[in-house]
Structures are given as structure tokens and as C-alpha cells.
Design a protein around this ligand. Structure first.
Ligand code: DGY
Length: 328
């Protein structure tokens, strides 16, 4: 492919109309007017035909798929920030570059974490349900009592872009910010966020009132929150996860919530999406949302722009701004 030829782009899911229009202007783009995810055979056909594949987190781009790729496939320009659904090592070994769409969804995702940080302790969904089902018979001094947010301690697990954006908001809401990360932040950023670093995750869990999971999903973070770790949380503790479901052992969480070992949870992501542990579905003390933390029209359009910038840079022989490095 020379830079004067339009590269053949195959997009696996339906994207917003404005993104479709731009993709069609710039590239020979095969788009999805319907929104059914590709099955494995369709993914294999796509990697055999495309110069660039634009998948999303619902496509499991495993070693088989990478190995089946045709000689023209040189770039996987993921529509999304997380790339745990792509076998990065297999892609690297086959000389296929991966890019993603960081930054543009950070603020929306952080807003959503704050929405859950407020909604779970104040029992917002339970309260809404009570009104809709005719259970509201007037103000009562003891009805739907929640936990005060201001003055509580939030422990952020993973202090990357989204973690830091959560910290800024939490600080403004009067929460004490604590965090666990592979490395501490620089002293100026720590002091701007008023954040305290904990090298020992378990020690942090024993002192904070709420926990927000904001680290990526990797083999090291698989079931980071298992039964033992959940037991380190305080019994009035609340767990929020908008990162990836596999970081929590969902069955252990359902058990901890059912037996009031922790007080509540707000989950936007699930271990076996789109399936949700049936135990969780029964519980009033968990808010469940359908992986929408970054779902604003603005972020989806900007994610599409990032995909196009990465493809354009690649085709023109420039360094792609959002390269995802192979695992160490
Ligand atoms: C991502 O980008 O990885 C989010 O989970 C979905 O927008």
C-alpha cells in the first residue's frame, strides 16, 4: 500500500454517524450499519482482508486470529483505551502495531465513578425504585438512610489518567484521597491531589471507606479483589469498578455483599460480560450499569477521531501518537 492509496479499514462495530462519515471520506472503510459483534470466523475473515482493523473491547483478538491475519494487516487501531482483549505479544511478533484511544474518555469515565461514589452510599437506585413502586408514603426520619460521603476516605487502586481525574473530583467532594499504584506519583501531583500513597494495598483497604478500581486488567490484576482481599475491606466499605470485570472475583463479591461483609458496590463492568453473576442481580446494595462509564456522544466521537489520527499517521509513515507497547 502506498500513501496515495486509500487503506482498507474494517470496523467491527457500529460507531456514531459522524465517525462513519469521516472514515468513509478518508479511507476505503467497511463499516457496520448493524451492531452485531463479529463471531470468530468473521473476525478471521476481517484480518485476512484488511490493511487496518478497528476493533472494540467486545472483539477477542486472540493468538489464533492474529496468526490468521493476512500480509496486509499492519495496524490494529483499537476503538477504546483498554487493549486487554488483544493478544499484544502475538501482534508484536507478527509485526502488527496496536494503537488505542486514551485521554478522550478520561473525564467522562471519572464523572461516572463519582456518580457511583455518590449513588451507592446514598442508595439512589433503591430510592428511585421505592418511588416508582408506590412505596413512598411521605418523609420519614429513618427511611433510606445512607452513608455521608463528605469526610470519608477513598482508596484509588491504579493512579493513571482516570485514577487522577477521580482523585481531583473526590478531593472537591471532601473525600480524603488515598491510592495504591505500582509507583507513587511525583510529590507536586500528590500534593495537588492531597493524595496519600500506600505501597501495601491490603493496609490501604483496612483504612478506607470506599475503593475505586482504576487499574488496567493484566494477568497481574486478575482477581486482584478475591475473597481474601475483599475481607480486608471494612464492613461499611463500598467497592466501585468501572475498569474491567475480571479484576474482581464476581462470585466472591456477590457473597461478600449478600453476607454484609462489605456494605455496597457500584459495578459498570463484569467478569463475563455481558453476563452478570445471578447473585449480584438479586442484591439491593449494588448498583449495576452496562459498561457505560465512557458512554457520552462526545467521547465516542473523539475516540473515532483518535482512531483516524492513528491510522492517518501510520499510513503517512509517521509515528502513531497512541502506540500500545508489547507486554514487557
Ligand atoms: C475502554 O475504552 O477501554 C472502555 O472500557 C470502553 O469505552
Amino acid at each position: 500500500m502506498t500513501s496515495s492509496q486509500k487503506p482498507k479499514i474494517i470496523v467491527t462495530r457500529r460507531l456514531p454517524d459522524t465517525v462513519h462519515e469521516r472514515l468513509s471520506d478518508l479511507f476505503e472503510a467497511r463499516l457496520r450499519p448493524d451492531d452485531r459483534p463479529f463471531n470468530k470466523q468473521e473476525l478471521i475473515e476481517a484480518v485476512q482482508q484488511a490493511d487496518v482493523l478497528v476493533p472494540t473491547l467486545t472483539d477477542n483478538i486472540d493468538k489464533d486470529i492474529i496468526e490468521a491475519a493476512g500480509p496486509h494487516l499492519k495496524l490494529i487501531a483499537n476503538f477504546g483505551a483498554g487493549t486487554d482483549h488483544i493478544d499484544r505479544k502475538a501482534a508484536h511478533d507478527k509485526g502488527i502495531l496496536i494503537t488505542n484511544t486514551p485521554d478522550v474518555l478520561t473525564q467522562d469515565a471519572a464523572d461516572f465513578v463519582l456518580a457511583l461514589i455518590l449513588a451507592v452510599p446514598r442508595r439512589l437506585v433503591e430510592a428511585d425504585k421505592l418511588v416508582r413502586t408506590g412505596g413512598f408514603s411521605g418523609w420519614t426520619p429513618t427511611g433510606i438512610l445512607g452513608q455521608r460521603v463528605r469526610g470519608k476516605k477513598l482508596g484509588i487502586v491504579g493512579m493513571g489518567r482516570i485514577g487522577q481525574a477521580v482523585a481531583r473530583r473526590a478531593h472537591a467532594f471532601g473525600l480524603g484521597v488515598h491510592y495504591h499504584n505500582r509507583r507513587p506519583l511525583s510529590a507536586p501531583i500528590e500534593s495537588e491531589l492531597g493524595a496519600r500513597y500506600w505501597d501495601d494495598l491490603d493496609a490501604m483497604l483496612g483504612t478506607v471507606d470506599m475503593v475505586s478500581i482504576n487499574c488496567p486488567y493484566t494477568p497481574q490484576t486478575h482477581h486482584l479483589f478475591d475473597a481474601d482481599r475483599l475481607a480486608k475491606m471494612q464492613s461499611h466499605g463500598i467497592l466501585i469498578n468501572v475498569s474491567r470485570g475480571e479484576i474482581i472475583d464476581e462470585a466472591a463479591l456477590a457473597e461478600a455483599l449478600a453476607n454484609k461483609k462489605i456494605a455496597g458496590a457500584g459495578l459498570d463492568v463484569y467478569e463475563n460480560e455481558p453476563k452478570v453473576n445471578s447473585g449480584l442481580l438479586e442484591l439491593p446494595n449494588v448498583i449495576l450499569t452496562p459498561h457505560i462509564a465512557s458512554a457520552t456522544l462526545e467521547s465516542r466521537i473523539e475516540m473515532g477521531e483518535k482512531v483516524m489520527i492513528n491510522i492517518r499517521a501510520f499510513v503517512d509513515g509517521h509515528r502513531c501518537p497512541d502506540r500500545v507497547l508489547p507486554p514487557e
